[in-house]
Design a protein around this ligand. Structure first.
Ligand code: COA
Ligand code: AMP
Length: 627
């Protein structure tokens, strides 16, 4: 245990010394020449000159240290009634073989590989195999539609795509292969090959471009780790921005390995031999960092869970997994706990399970509402730790550092800035605000190791999106305030990104779909409060003059179009037809005002509004009094 304040101050005053020490947790092929390379601001790089392999650090070195027999990954899938445990030696064998299979079809260092897979061990194998070769993986979440996959294919230009015949949702088998084929058809870029894992629940038809996972594995020669530069990209993960075009967040090898290895003992209190479970999906950043890389980097055991918190089979599913695998730390999104609470408010299903191994519950991905915090604390009787971060940073920005120096928990706050992050709340002129005042939450440059060095192939968008609002600062896109003890309160996004069941989505992407409908003149999508999912999207459309659509028919067409083009994960189920949208005199739609009214808040009429009467006309629709 250390002292948070001393450690935090040191990380800001002597970042090079701080991160040089942290880098000792990683096995380097060549030590970095420079810890922080600030030669080209605002593009800062960490550990330049360093050479390593991330897969080696996640697997090989643990086997070499004699821990090959320890469980590396426990796969638990109530959706398919199957379970499997892979030791470090077994996982290494699979990964080396799959890396060999990728190499055999031409994948080399720097090539991109898209992974479009459900929560199966092969998804983890594919990610680590790319890392082993120095190839850049880009995992695309299975709940996205072919169109979204196509956009990512065109941006990343993968040589190979790895996928599966199907994913399993509680009520249906989702066939991935037809969606993959459709995406490749839409995309301009065509991959050379697709490797398809055939699952027993659905057999995919394999065409000329396709290879069977089992066949390529049977023929594979294991591949050794390729040395890569610390600054070389490990992966690209696309995330929603304010426009329909997703942002390709780049993660490098060196900074990522160092930051994640630091976070495990210091934030999560987890180290070698502990069992750690991040109940998320490998398609999201939580899955990348805390299902795959971080637990393996520190030699812990990770749990890969293919299921939901409720209904598979019941709201006691999480307790069963914790008890059975002796999980020490569980990480999920608040929405999962809201779902459990809704089904089993008195937590009677806990009674049958011995969850005494569980020391801490970590929650992130969306705001942890105090009611859910209290419920989880009461039923579990352990610290429930909110922490705040984003795809861009790859690891927590604010947390209660359970391994370093546990601090009192304040409901509604993800606690304090993590060492390495100089977090300030700025006013509209870029001046840091004193406590209690709400503004834009920003991080002073340079960002610590592990955070995005840029967007894939788009330095300009990186600067424009994050670094130009306040020069010298990284704009998180979240608003909030600090209290007099330095605890941060994150109140929500200041842009048009919404958070649905812990899934980050762009309202811009949904608006683009609605706008394509021939009857729609203009539209807006906002995130409105939802008891279970935190937020859900709600659309508002204005019809073209003379459009004579049947309202119910139009609504169902619009809902189907968003599901079809963005994906079921958008959970877009409601759209209202309104006479007009409130706008500023310069024509900007007043989405924030709409959101405030829809959430029942006091919404002052903006002085910039073009026609204040529009607000009265659409108020019933915003308040859902029109249905
Ligand atoms: N492939 C295909 N479809 C998928 C999918 C996938 N990988 N993941 C989700 N979907 C579909 C679902 O089947 C659902 O479709 P439906 O509209 O036909 O029912 C839709 O996308 C929405 O899914 P989801 O957000 O999971 O909602 P849900 O109602 O099925 O479950 C929760 C709600 C709260 C139980 C669920 O969101 C959950 O477990 N969240 C945990 C938090 C989490 O994983 N956060 C990630 C960041 S930490
Ligand atoms: P993602 O990039 O998908 O991880 O989403 C990041 C966004 O989710 C952040 O910018 C926040 O808006 C929100 N978020 C994540 N964690 C928290 C949290 N603990 N409290 C409040 N908002 C959060």
């Amino acid at each position: 245990m250390g002292d948070y304040h001393t450690t935090y101050q040191r990380s800001l005053l002597d970042p090079e010394g701080f991160w040089r020490e942290a880098a000792e947790a990683i096995d380097w092929i060549r030590e970095p020449e420079q810890i922080l390379d600030a030669a080209n601001p605002p593009f800062y790089r960490w550990f330049t000159g360093g050479v390593l392999n991330t897969c080696y650090n996640a697997l090989d070195r643990h086997v070499a240290a004699g821990r090959g027999g320890q469980a590396a990954l426990i796969y638990d899938s109530p959706l398919t009634s199957s379970k499997a445990t892979y030791s470090y030696a077994e996982l290494l064998e699979q990964v080396a073989a799959f890396a060999g299979a990728l190499r055999a079809i031409g994948v080399e260092q720097g090539d991109r590989v898209i992974i479009y897979m459900p929560m199966v061990p092969e998804a983890v194998v594919a990610m680590l195999a790319c890392a082993r070769l120095g190839a850049v993986h880009s995992v695309v979440f299975g709940g996205f539609a072919p169109n979204e996959l196509a956009v990512r294919i065109d941006d990343a230009k993968p040589k190979v795509i790895v996928s599966a015949s199907c994913g399993i949702e509680p009520t249906r088998v989702v066939e991935y292969k037809p969606m993959l084929d459709r995406a490749i058809e839409i995309a301009g870029h065509k991959p050379r090959h697709c490797i398809i894992l055939q699952r027993p629940q659905a057999q995919a038809h394999l065409a000329e471009r396709d290879l069977d996972w089992a066949a390529v594995m049977a023929a594979a020669q294991p591949a050794e780790c390729v040395p890569v530069a610390a600054t070389d990209p490990l992966y690209i993960l696309y995330t929603s921005g304010t426009t329909g075009k997703p942002k390709g967040v780049v993660r490098d090898n060196g900074g990522h390995a160092v930051a994640l290895a630091w976070s495990m003992p210091n934030i999560y209190g987890v180290s070698v031999g502990d069992v750690y479970w991040a109940a998320s999906d490998v398609g999201w950043v939580v899955g990348h960092s805390y299902i795959v890389y971080a637990p393996l980097l520190v030699g812990a055991t990770t749990v890969l869970y293919e299921g939901k918190p409720v209904g598979t089979p019941d709201a006691g599913a999480f307790w069963r997994v914790v008890a059975e695998h002796r999980v020490k730390a569980l990480f999920t999104a608040p929405t999962a706990f809201r779902a459990i609470k809704k089904e089993d408010p008195s937590a009677v299903l806990l009674a049958g399970h011995d969850i005494s191994s569980l020391q801490t519950l970590f929650l992130a991905g969306e705001r942890l509402d105090p009611e859910t915090y209290r419920w989880a604390s009461d039923v579990l009787g352990i610290p429930v730790v909110d922490h705040w971060w984003q795809t861009e940073t790859g690891w927590p920005i604010c947390a209660n550092l359970r391994g370093l120096d546990p601090m009192p928990i304040k409901p509604g706050s993800p606690s304090v800035p993590v060492p390495g992050y100089d977090v300030q709340v700025l006013d509209e002129h870029g001046t840091p605000l004193t406590y209690g005042h709400e503004g834009a939450i920003c991080v002073k440059l340079p960002l610590p190791p592990g955070c995005l060095p840029t967007l894939w192939g788009d330095d300009e968008r990186y600067v424009a999106s994050y670094l130009s609002a306040f020069p010298g600062w990284y704009l998180t896109g979240d608003g909030g305030y600090k209290d007099d003890e330095g605890y941060l309160y994150v109140m929500g996004r200041t842009d048009d990104v919404i958070n649905v069941a812990g899934h980050r989505l762009s309202t811009g992407a949904m608006e683009a779909v609605l706008a394509q409908h021939p009857a729609v003149a203009e539209c807006a999508v906002i995130g409105v409060h939802d008891e279970l999912k935190g937020q859900v999207p709600r659309g508002f459309v204005v019809l073209k003059a003379g459009a004579s659509a049947d309202p119910a028919q139009l609504q169902s067409e619009l809902v189907a179009a968003v599901r079809d083009q963005v994906g079921p994960v958008a959970a877009f189920k409601e759209v209202a037809i309104v006479p007009a949208l409130p706008k500023t005199r310069s024509g900007k739609i007043l989405r924030k005002t709409m959101r405030q009214i829809a959430d029942g808040q006091d919404a002052p009429t903006p002085s910039t509004i073009e026609d204040a009467s529009v607000l009265d006309k659409i108020r019933p629709a915003l308040l859902r009094q029109d249905t």
